[in-house]
Design a protein around this ligand. Structure first.
Ligand SMILES: [Zn+2]
Length: 258
């Protein structure tokens, strides 16, 4: 069973003491590739250092809405320069993690929208897919993506909306990322949405060290838990884990051109 973790943060200090061991263990368990998503300009070098030193790791650069207070307008030009520098590098796979977070009330929506729209335009400029964070913001994110008409679309990471919202993204060519959140027994609404989605629109992810599956409540998540997450989601979906793994991996491979 070969798997791809389409969204994680292996560059976070949570992994400083055992990063290499975690990656090796994950790969032994079949997690062949892992995408490390960017959060702030300051942390792009740390991310690139993590992915460029390790086989199977890929990176995305972006300004995450959660860290809004840290972003400057000059970071947009820095993003452009960063992408120019690594434009044809095989380890660069997307612009991300970018998006809108309307769940947290202290994040200025207008400022978020400005940075998101600009980054979507930059992704189009460089013909890169986007990795999107959307919390309580699916209508606004969809409207911005509709206008942008990105040639390579991307992934809606940790999708948590309705079936109708999912179908809007799918119409735009996007994959929907599922991981630990859908394994919780109380996540019945999310599970019923997952069951109705076409298999060719689903991507697997961990968002590690965050979004732990139910059996790891309160503990650090990591890509080595993806095989069990896959088994769990496959069961909900009603197919074998092998089928679920094969389809979701192919979806991600097609998106990134691997
Ligand atoms: Zn993330």
């Amino acid at each position: 069973m070969l798997l791809i973790d389409s969204h994680c943060h292996l560059d976070f200090p949570d992994f400083d003491h055992d990063r290499e061991v975690v990656i090796a263990r994950s790969q032994t368990l079949g997690v062949q590739k892992m995408v490390v998503a960017g959060i702030t300009r300051q942390h792009w070098p740390r991310l690139w250092n993590t992915v460029s030193n390790t086989e199977g790791l890929y990176g995305a650069f972006g300004l995450h809405p959660y860290f809004l207070a840290e972003h400057q307008d000059t970071d947009l030009q820095a993003l452009r320069e960063q992408l120019q520098g690594y434009q044809h590098h095989p380890k660069l796979c997307a612009v991300g993690e970018i998006g809108l977070d309307f769940f947290l009330k202290d994040l200025d929506p207008a400022r978020q929208i400005h940075l998101f729209e600009q980054q979507v335009a930059i992704a189009a400029e460089f013909n890169l897919p986007v990795i999107i964070h959307s919390r309580r913001a699916n209508a606004q994110v969809t409207a911005i993506l509709k206008k942008a008409k990105l040639p390579r679309a991307g992934i809606i990471h940790a999708f948590s909306g309705s079936y109708e919202e999912a179908m809007e993204y799918i119409k735009l060519g996007f994959l929907l990322g599922f991981g630990g959140a859908a394994t919780w027994s109380r996540a019945t609404r999310l599970q019923s949405v997952l069951k109705r989605l076409p298999l060719d629109s689903i991507a697997l992810e961990t968002d590690s060290p965050d979004m732990s599956p139910e059996w790891l409540a309160g503990q650090r998540n990591s890509p080595e838990h993806l095989p069990r997450i896959c088994q769990h989601l496959a069961q909900i979906y009603g197919v074998s884990a092998a089928t679920f793994a094969a389809h979701t991996s192919t979806n991600v491979r097609c998106l990134f051109g691997w």
